[in-house]
Design a protein around this ligand. Structure first.
Ligand code: GAL
Length: 664
């Protein structure tokens, strides 16, 4: 590829053919070089069973090609046509409550349905045969946002597939009974044929059954992807993607990322939420990490407001551009939108498009044109293209822990991604870029590895973390780590498993502070915890979590102050091999957390980025990118050339402004 990809979802079937010609002209004007075509076209391509109509799509692809626009061609399997559901209602998805989800919207299929998979395979085969050699084609787009609306299906076909999956995993029913702990509440199974998906039940469901169903459901969606990818690969060597959805709970993207040729992501931060830039940055870092550092594509973002929040905030002037550069700075080699032309009919007519209802004489189109021009400029942004983003800090992210920690009947209510985000914010405030990692992945590039609430941990994961510390790393372990094994059985003897040795502590009892609603009722019971120690910058506050930690051989670096935990360890440090291992027994608030990370990162020799309030800094290749997310002009003292202007850096950056600084 010679430059950044730029474009969006293109749904020509919603428009008469005259508009297609204007579309191509406008795409040229906007600098668009890639269109994602056919994502929801099944009913148009196969209007009746087995009757394929490709004439219109031939014309669209030829027009795009003639206009110099490449194509990311979809397999069109994301929204089965009504005739299929009428003929085979058994392919429709069913909720845990037994409610069937019908046609008339989208994604109305059960991922395990053999019928759906058979019809999807036939459609994909027809599309691939027709277009594998089309000169416009540069990327295959399998399905769309797998699991977005239907990630878990509880129908009878799913039940059968779940049983096979379990049999494959456990081999014998005895092994399953042991893993699921079915001696509890009379849940014992005599054979695999007795097992059902975790459908609606009177109270708490079997936790291991639920976790296995989460694992199974991610695998089933991935099997759908794999089936389509195999058909494509048998006939075409063009790269394949499917669009991820950032921190999406239902799909274990570590496994998925192994199967795609290029990671692509859909991202819709809320312009009204002041934390959006930081959360979005975290999402970009996940995408880069999933691909092992390779460039990724922003497959979808909105050029303006979306249509699916209670209140759909417009993007501020310049915000779409600023957030696009955030992607580029964090490893993206393409910026695409949902969608090209704003729809006039259907459920997404109030969702912004690159060509909005107001036409081209609009702020949105002008901003689209400006960004397109910048990304296509012969010099400037190309210094970033294909370049790596180097991180010296890794944060462990783990889908099993996410699934399990959010189950009911847990020590406290936790939102896993919020735990991760609080560490991410701390690292950002301390001026470092992070990668996301798996505990069993390669941790050697990192001077510090942070482990937020790795609630479910295998012996291998714990051993890998220990080896990291022993080998000279600075390991930071957060609360609620190593509580359960992979079958969700408690790790006895002080939790943490083998990390007890690593950390030199054990956990005797959980003691989370009162939840805010209880605190409001109970007079004077403040939910905040207080912590004290130089390592957290003196006195600080913490929230959400407390516990009784027993020190075996660690140093206590901060203690809880006041309340029942008064004097008990809150932060400990332990020398391990040539490294060190920290344990944090609470969720530190931002100020003490940043102070703590500052201490750890300094000792570990981690390089820092400049820090200016409201400004995001990140380095890609040799370029320092500065993005001003605040609503005021800020002063910058970084010297160099701004690649966007070709001039020396201005020393100031306006609200939503971006500088690509070649230093020196
Ligand atoms: C995505 C989806 C698109 C469109 C968009 C609207 O989830 O892939 O087709 O619906 O959201 O924000």
């Amino acid at each position: 590829m010679s430059g950044f990809w730029y474009g969006g979802d293109y749904n020509p079937e919603q428009w008469p053919a005259e508009v297609w010609r204007e579309d191509v002209q406008l795409m040229n004007r906007a600098g668009v070089n890639l269109a994602s075509v056919g994502i929801f076209s099944w009913a148009r391509i196969e209007p009746r069973e087995g009757e394929f109509d490709f004439d219109w799509l031939d014309e669209v692809l030829d027009l795009l090609h003639a206009g110099g626009v490449s194509v990311d061609l979809a397999t069109a399997t994301a929204s089965p046509p009504p005739w299929l559901a009428l003929k085979h209602p058994e392919m429709l998805p069913v909720t845990a409550e037994g409610v069937t989800l019908w046609s008339g919207s989208r994604q109305a299929y059960c991922p395990s349905s053999p019928v759906y998979r058979r019809y999807a395979a036939r459609l994909v085969t027809a599309i691939v045969e027709r277009y594998a050699d089309h000169p416009a084609l540069v990327l295959w787009h399998v399905n769309n946002e797998y699991g977005c609306h239907v990630s878990h299906c509880y129908c009878d076909a799913s039940a059968a597939a779940f049983r096979s999956w379990l049999e494959e995993k456990y081999g014998t029913i005895e092994r399953l009974n042991e893993a699921w702990g079915t001696a509890f509440w009379s849940q014992h199974y005599a054979g695999f044929d007795e097992i059902l998906p975790p459908r609606s039940a009177p109270t708490f469901k079997n936790p291991t059954q639920v976790l296995d169903f989460d694992r199974f459901s991610s695998d089933e969606l991935l099997a759908c992807f794999r089936a389509e990818a195999e058909i494509i690969r048998s006939r075409s060597s063009i790269p394949i993607t499917t669009n991820f959805m950032g921190f999406f709970k239902a799909a274990d993207y570590w496994a998925w990322a192994q199967e795609v040729d290029i990671v692509s992501d859909d991202s819709y931060p809320d312009p009204a939420d002041p934390l959006s830039p930081a959360y979005a940055a975290m999402q970009r870092d996940l995408m880069r990490s999933l691909g092992g550092g390779k460039p990724w594509l922003l497959m979808e973002q909105s050029p303006g407001a979306v249509n699916w929040r209670e209140r759909n905030a417009a993007k501020l002037p310049g915000q779409m551009r600023a957030w696009s550069y955030q992607c580029v700075a964090r490893g993206a080699d393409g910026i695409l939108f949902f969608q090209w032309r704003q729809a006039v009919a259907g459920a997404e007519k109030f969702h912004a498009g690159m060509v909005p209802h107001g036409g081209t004489d609009t702020r949105i189109f002008r901003e689209v044109e400006q960004l397109g021009a910048e990304l296509r400029a012969p010099s400037g942004t190309d210094a970033l293209l294909g370049q790596p983003v180097t991180a010296q800090v890794g944060i462990v992210f783990d889908w099993d822990s996410w699934w399990a920690i959010e189950q009911p009947a847990s020590p406290t209510k936790v939102q896993y991604v919020h735990e991760v985000f609080s560490w991410y914010l701390g690292a950002a405030a301390a001026g470092v870029t992070v990668d996301f990692v798996q505990a069993t992945g390669d941790l050697t590039p990192y001077r510090t590895v942070i482990v937020p609430s790795l609630f479910v941990a295998s012996d291998e994961q714990l051993a890998a973390l220990d080896a990291y510390a022993a080998g000279g790393g600075a390991l930071v372990v957060g609360h609620l780590t190593g509580i359960l094994d992979k079958d969700l059985h408690a790790r006895t003897g002080g939790y943490l498993g083998a990390l007890r040795e690593t950390l030199g502590v054990r956990v005797e009892e959980f003691a989370p502070p009162a939840a805010p609603d209880l605190a409001a009722v109970g007079a004077g019971r403040a939910p905040a915890l207080h912590v004290r120690g130089d390592v957290v910058g003196g006195d600080g506050t913490a929230s959400e979590w407390g516990e009784y930690v027993v020190v075996d051989s660690a140093e206590v670096e901060a203690t809880f102050v006041g309340g029942a935990l008064d004097g008990h360890p809150a932060v400990t440090r332990h020398a391990r091999g040539s490294g060190e291992a920290w344990y944090v027994a609470t969720r530190l608030d931002q100020v003490p957390l940043t102070a703590f990370l500052d201490r750890v990162l300094t000792a570990a020799g981690v390089d820092r980025l400049p820090q200016v309030p409201g400004v995001e800094f990140v380095r890609r290749g040799d370029v320092l990118v500065a993005i001003n997310h605040s609503d005021e002009t800020v002063v910058l003292d970084q010297q160099g050339t701004d690649l966007l202007t070709g001039e020396p850096t201005a020393g100031r950056l306006e609200a939503q402004g971006v500088a690509l600084i070649a230093e020196g």
